[in-house]
Design a protein around this ligand. Sequence first.
Ligand SMILES: [Zn+2]
Length: 421
Amino acid sequence: MKKEKNSLLLNVLHERELVDIAISSGRFQKIVKAGSLNVEEFDSSFKVVDATGLSILPPFYNAHTHAAMTLLRGFADDMPLFRWLSEYIWPLEKKLTAEDVYAGSRLAMLEMIRSGTVFFADMYWHREETIRAAEEMGVRAAIGVTFAENLPHAPFEEYFAFLKNRTFESDLIQLSVMPHSIYTVGDSLFEKCASFAKEEGFILHTHLSETEEEIKNCFKRTGKMPVEHLYDLGVLGENFVAAHGVHVSEKEMELLASSKSTVVHNPASNLKLSSGLFKMQEMLSRNVRIALGTDGASSNNNLDMHEAMKFASLLAKRENPEILPAEEAFKMASRNGALAYGLDAGVIQEGALADALLVDLNNERLVPNYNLISNWVYSADSRSIVSVICNGRFIMENRKIDGEEEIIESAKETAQRLLNS
Ligand SMILES: [Zn+2]
């Protein structure tokens, strides 16, 4: 099922028009009026799909998550971030083996694909296992080489060598430099990560300005707010993607905008951990690029980008219904996430990478169809997604994903073993 990279989608709704689409070598090759594509002109490597009754939409790009944390879903809830991390999450994570991370990552990808996500940025450990799982499932990923000085680690020189080597990169997988946060990575290592990422052409991703406690500690230590502090260390720039950005000053927003950095808003995680309210209106008015993420499943507790999009949208509207129209919220969840990680994707147009969702226009939540994007953002859920295409391949076809039963079984067994170990 994952093999074909060439396909013809016939009679599919695209931006209020019925079109035929040819996908070749992982890109949208032709988008023409329905009925005008001559199927005979394409060789037998093209899979022909009658898409009558379906609409094509850009998929989701999850710009911040910790995939294998699906194994910790529901393990500890309802407490503040630092206590939750230090008393529950970190002790259990210490027990995770490479095989466990593989099982948890596959569960995460199963959930993400079914809910319309084709890309995720992952900050975790045992990265080779997450890469193996992503390659098997056929999704895109930015896999982090995670730096954290508070946890046991190999010499960081090995991490830089691993990145520089780029052995694991492919047309779907990119490696990224991911210092965990300013409270787990010291200034000199942070600086080194930043200059290395800029010189070698990697995205740098970190947690930033998530809680008031982080701000207080940073101010006490450096006399500056976190974003200002990282700006002075030379971290900000087009390759910089910061997760959260909840507690930021006006000056910091200006720095994020002028440096062309991206902020990843994780609305469900921020609400669940009472991290604070994201300043959507202020960020938008300063043209800060905003993408969306789910964060890990243990602080969400799912990896559903559709929910992230709706949460972000409603949170932004809490005082003013005109903030963040549906089109913009959808763009944050799709195109902006792709752009943040350097992908020419998240848009259905000739020449772009062929990532897409086919959604069922007869799903009750998409009826009546006055405005599909409005329906998609405010009304729909992932049950309307029929197929998911990533890099030209069907990674979910007619709601079937390769190996799904086995993935569920192995995640259940892994969680049971973790609990008893
Ligand atoms: Zn996170």
